[in-house]
Design a protein around this ligand. Structure first.
Ligand code: F6R
Length: 600
């Protein structure tokens, strides 16, 4: 998703901007650009594709004494990924970068066109800079022109704007999409970014802007338009994820799962109970229902949790895809605990769903990987997943930590409601302690997935099938494969196959069957037999040998289905990754995808 950086100061502006954009690269983008200003001359550089293309352009024609600049990585929403549509966007004498969507851009474009403004791109963003110049031409006051501009915009927007009319300043505003302002470590230095990463090491004091807050920055002053802001400190340790010898961030993150899942249990998994310092057990008082809302992989973690909340906490639980939930006029009652799940904490649909629930007076809780994100700042309570920065676009360790947190939460509620026997609780706690071991990857299993992958590079589709919690796991396995291999895959409840999809069965239909020993084994076995009888090619993942399988991945025997769940998760993640590698795809930055989807 789009990223923003900005800089005022004496260091080399182009370098700071490009380094900042590199830190945002993992979020996904298709073009990038910077606008840099010296005296009252603005130079602009834009390039399609990877940042290296932009770097080349800057290297050949930029000077190195710019006083300020703004930069952007664009993930196309309105208008194709072209150089013309890349930010920064130009009026007559000003440039703007923008994250989000201007919903009323068509009306504004018509209005401004009728006044003689010429538009060159297909983007919604371009109206911002023309609107600004339209006001400035009337008022001859940059601050008023910027404020008037903001008041006309509808939608979500984080903006940085520079103008020759006031060449020592960066105008900024945040509404909907994240934006941070930072006081640089050097004298008379101000930085901007849409996330922490580009600022670490360059600044220690930051304002995470709230919606509706903006201002004007110059080298020696940051003026805010209202008082709704506070300075906080930025972590100084560089937690930038490096690949550590792995071929891809995704691979590193798959391998990290055992460790991050341990981290996520520290201090929470006690001898005889679960403790969450960050919430009160009274959060479950008066609650008759849990509603979970999320997107993509986080939705799959939510769906997994719904089985656990009902089974362990004995509380009704339903799960909704956030983009569906938002527009269905949902009935929200105050006896519902509203839980959103998000790796980034910035996903637009999930954030809006959270705001709707809050407005309806529900208790809200976010399970999130990024502190200080929009969701953690909005929800009543937060549980952090502690997975560390996830750089691979295809989510892996976020899912395992989310699932573990939600499983612990189910037990926490079960205890608080007194609906779980000591014996069952002890068994669950013991099993949780075993999860990091289940997530350890042996050379043998990785080799097996490497070898197996070569047989699954074609065919007319994949069905991943499972039952109970293995159904959301099947959905997750299919999503991983789609995302990075571009092969068609579907996750399905195994028992549903005979209600339609089985019509597709033939040797070129690949069925990935999740067959745990500890949960509904006989049921899933007969579902797989039905597919085998129709000659579908079966790859079974199970601790128990299964003679009808064309391929068989044996996982360890355990005494709990959740341990089988995590062992299978590893198998599925490696399977997708190895197929993607064989197909020569960009594993970490798959086509058309963005890491953090901050538009609806
Ligand atoms: C899949 C993936 C996406 C995200 C989804 C929600 O690998 O990464 O499906 O899970 O966009 O993102 P978050 O969790 O940041 O809200």
């Amino acid at each position: 998703m789009c990223g923003i950086v900005g800089y005022i100061g004496k260091q080399e502006t182009t370098k700071i901007l490009l380094d900042g954009l590199k830190e945002l690269e993992y979020r996904g983008y298709d073009s990038a650009g910077i606008a840099v200003l010296k005296k009252d001359k603005i130079d602009v550089f834009k390039a399609l594709g990877k940042l290296i293309n932009l770097e080349e352009k800057v290297k050949t024609s930029a000077s190195n004494d710019y006083e300020l600049g703004i930069g952007h990585t664009r993930w196309a929403t309105h208008g194709k990924p072209t150089e013309l549509n890349a930010h920064p966007h130009l009026g007559e004498y000003s440039y703007v970068v923008h994250n989000g969507i201007i919903e009323n851009y068509k009306e504004l474009k018509e209005e401004l066109s009728s006044k003689g403004h010429k538009f060159v791109s297909q983007t919604d963003t371009e109206v911002i800079v023309h609107l600004f110049e339209n006001f400035y031409n009337q008022l001859n006051d940059t601050k008023k022109a910027f404020q008037n501009t903001i008041s006309r915009l509808e939608g979500a927007f984080s903006i940085l704007l520079i103008t020759k009319a006031d060449p020592t300043k960066i105008f900024f505003f945040k509404h909907g999409s994240p934006l941070i302002v930072a006081q640089g470590n050097e004298k008379e230095e101000v930085l901007f970014s849409s996330s922490d990463a580009p600022l670490i090491g360059l600044a220690s004091s930051v304002v995470y802007l709230e919606d509706g807050v903006g201002g004007i920055a110059s080298a020696n002053e940051i003026e805010f338009f209202n008082d709704n802001y506070s300075w906080s400190s930025l972590p100084t340790s560089k937690q930038f994820a490096q690949k550590d010898g792995y071929r891809f961030f995704m691979e590193k993150e798959i391998y990290e799962q055992s460790t991050v899942v341990s981290d996520c249990m520290i201090g929470r998994l006690k001898d005889n109970e679960i403790l969450f310092d960050e919430i009160e057990s009274s959060i479950i008082d008066g609650i008759n229902e849990i509603k979970i809302c999320a997107c993509g992989t986080s939705y799959h973690a939510g769906l997994t949790a719904s089985y656990l909340f009902e089974r362990l906490s004995k509380v009704k639980c339903n799960v909704e895809i956030a983009s569906e939930f938002r527009y269905k006029d949902p009935l929200l009652t105050k006896d519902t605990l509203f839980i959103v799940i998000s790796q980034s904490g910035e996903t637009a649909d999930t954030l809006e769903a959270l705001k709707m629930a809050k407005k309806a007076g529900l208790k809200t809780l976010v399970v999130c990987n990024v502190d200080n994100s929009s969701m953690t700042r909005t929800a009543d309570a937060t549980i952090l997943t502690r997975a560390g920065i996830e750089k691979g676009v295809a989510s892996t360790k976020a899912f395992s930590t989310q699932t573990v947190v939600l499983w612990m939460l189910a037990l926490y509620f079960a205890k608080a409601k007194n609906v779980i026997s000591d014996e069952v609780l002890q068994k669950e706690l013991h099993t949780l302690r075993e999860v990091p071991k289940s997530l350890c990857i042996s050379d043998k299993i990785h080799e097996k997935m490497k070898r197996l992958s070569k047989r699954y590079l074609h065919g007319h589709g994949f069905f991943f099938i499972g039952r109970d919690v293995f159904f959301p796991l099947a959905l997750e396995g299919a999503l991983k494969l789609k995302e990075i291999s571009y092969l068609h895959a579907e996750g399905y409840p195994a028992g549903e196959m005979k209600h339609g999809p089985i019509a597709l069965a033939d040797p070129e239909l690949f069925t990935i069957a999740l067959m745990p020993q500890n949960l509904l084994y006989d049921k899933i076995k007969s579902n797989v037999e039905e597919l085998s009888a129709r000659d579908s090619t079966i790859c079974a993942i199970s601790p128990l040998d299964f003679e009808l399988a064309d391929d068989f991945v044996k996982i360890n025997k355990t005494d709990h289905y959740m341990l089988e769940f995590f062992e299978m998760l590893i198998v599925l993640q490696l399977f997708s990754m190895e197929i993607s590698i064989r197909l020569g795809n960009d594993v970490d930055m798959p086509r058309n995808l963005a890491k953090s989807v901050t538009v609806e």
